[in-house]
Ligand binder design. Structure first.
Ligand code: HEC
Length: 132
C-alpha cells in the first residue's frame, strides 16, 4: 500500500509553482496599471518626449503594416486627418485600445496605455509626425 506521503508534491516543486504564480500575478498587475491608468480616475498624463518618439516609430512600423506606410490606407482604412475628420479623439482612442471585433484590427491595450492611445489619436487627427 502506498504511503500517504507519496501523493504530496516534493517541496522544491511547490516552491517553483508558487514562484511562477507570483510572477504571473506581478505581470498582470503591471499590465493592468500600464493599460488602465486613470480608468475612472484623473486623466492620465500625456506620454513624455522619449515615449512619444517610441510611439511614432511604433505607429509608422506596426500600424503602417496594415494602414499603409503613409497611413493612407491598406488592409486597414486611411488614418489621415482628412479620412478621420468626422471621428472624435475618444472614439479613435477606443478603437486603438480595444481593436474591432470581426476585423483584423487588434486590441493594443497590452502594449499601449490609455494616455499613449489618446496621444496617438490626437496626432492622427492633426497629421501624424514622421519617424525621426
Ligand atoms: C493587422 C492589421 C492592423 C494593424 C496592425 C492595425 N490596424 Fe488599425 N485597423 C485595421 C482594420 C482592418 C481596421 C478597420 C476595422 C473596421 O472594420 O472597423 C482598423 C481600424 C482602425 C481605426 C479606426 C478607424 C476608423 O475610421 O474607424 C484606428 C483609429 C486604427 N485602426 C488605428 C490603428 C493603430 C494606431 C494601430 C497601431 C497601434 C493599428 N490601427 C494597427 C487593421 C489594423
Amino acid at each position: 500500500m502506498a504511503r500517504r506521503d507519496d501523493y504530496i508534491l516534493p517541496h522544491p516543486f511547490k516552491l517553483l509553482l508558487l514562484t511562477v504564480a507570483m510572477a504571473a500575478l506581478t505581470l498582470a498587475v503591471t499590465l493592468a496599471q500600464a493599460a488602465g491608468q486613470g480608468a475612472g480616475g484623473p486623466p492620465a498624463m500625456a506620454p513624455g518626449a522619449e515615449r512619444q518618439k517610441q510611439l511614432v516609430q511604433m505607429v509608422r512600423h506596426d500600424c503602417g503594416s496594415c494602414h499603409g506606410l503613409t497611413l493612407a490606407g491598406g488592409l486597414g482604412p486611411a488614418l489621415t486627418p482628412a479620412a478621420l475628420a468626422h471621428q472624435s479623439p475618444h472614439y479613435l482612442k477606443l478603437a486603438i485600445l480595444h481593436g474591432r471585433d470581426n476585423s483584423p484590427m487588434p486590441a493594443w491595450y497590452p502594449l499601449l496605455s490609455e494616455a499613449d492611445a489618446a496621444w496617438i489619436a490626437e496626432q492622427l487627427l492633426g497629421g501624424f509626425p514622421d519617424a525621426r
